[in-house]
Design a protein around this ligand. Structure first.
Ligand SMILES: C[S@@+](CC[C@H](N)C(=O)[O-])C[C@H]1O[C@@H](n2cnc3c(N)ncnc32)[C@H](O)[C@@H]1O
Length: 249
């Protein structure tokens, strides 16, 4: 069943932007019937937690983070009262769940730019490879001087501007090696801090008000040609081996 239909039957208040439903179907469908473990930031009255439970089915477990306990926990929902902007609280959460625990992170909390960035930085390690990070209401990245802090077109403090950096992480090895040319060590390289946190960002997807990150190990970069005679041998400038991407210092 499509999630919009599940939403129509929902028995708890839940407030969403309509076009998110197609994105949920697109990114979350593979977890239906799999009993996914979900980290939801921003639980409010538990409406969306119930939506996830009804959509994904039995076995779904939602760990909900909210600064305000406004709903009762239940068999599919555990509530953790904390401020998503507190790095110390995230440390405690990571101590408890460890890395690679959740299948999905859904961020629908304060929508403050700083909080969105802290939450991404601190929770991404808890997402499994194959998992999906779904950050909602990132239109606040464009609110300049109203409602939230840090927004405005190309503001260095906005969440969207931060997420744009991850496009460079996805393509990081090409800052060190050019096809047909070989090693190009002189250029600027993605910071080690970003690589340590987000080396397993497989894809970054921007939509109206939503950013989706796919988590997985980077693909093997292998050039293939349907005409085997024309396929450059592995380890040449035209077809690097994985080691060729490692900068020699
Ligand atoms: C938009 S509501 C969540 C709605 C819910 N996901 C739904 O769809 O039914 C935002 C929630 O974020 C919580 N929140 C606001 N600031 C927060 C913060 N700094 N840390 C954690 N939660 C916060 C609010 O208490 C509120 O419950």
């Amino acid at each position: 069943m499509r999630i919009a239909e599940v939403f129509e039957r929902l028995d708890r208040p839940c407030d969403k932007i309509e076009h998110y439903f197609d994105l949920y179907d697109q990114w979350f469908h593979k977890f239906v019937g799999q009993g996914p473990k979900i980290l939801e930031v921003g639980v409010q009255f538990g409406g969306s937690a119930k939506l996830w439970r009804d959509y994904f089915g039995p076995g779904t477990l939602v760990t909900g983070v909210d600064v305000n306990p406004q709903c009762e926990p239940c068999d599919y929902l555990e509530l953790i009262v904390m401020d998503q902007g507190s790095e110390e609280s995230w440390n405690n959460l990571r101590d408890r769940f460890g890395v690679s625990y959740f299948d999905i992170v859904i961020e629908d909390g304060s929508h403050e730019n700083r909080d969105q960035i802290v939450t991404l930085n601190e929770s991404f390690a808890m997402l499994k490879d194959g998992g999906i990070y779904f950050c909602e209401d990132v239109h606040t990245s464009y609110y300049n001087g109203v409602r939230v802090e840090g927004g405005g077109l190309e503001s260095k403090d906005s969440f969207v501007e931060y997420a744009k950096k991850l496009a460079d992480v996805v393509n990081e090895r090409h800052t060190k090696f050019a096809l047909g040319v070989g090693p190009t060590p002189a250029g600027p390289h993605v910071s080690q801090d970003l690589l340590d946190r987000f080396g397993h960002v497989r894809g970054v997807h921007f939509y109206d008000s939503v950013v989706v990150l796919e988590k997985d190990s980077p693909p093997i970069f292998r050039r293939v040609n349907s005409d085997k005679q024309r396929q450059p041998p592995v380890g040449t400038k035209g077809n690097p081996s994985p080691q060729d991407f490692v900068l020699k210092t």
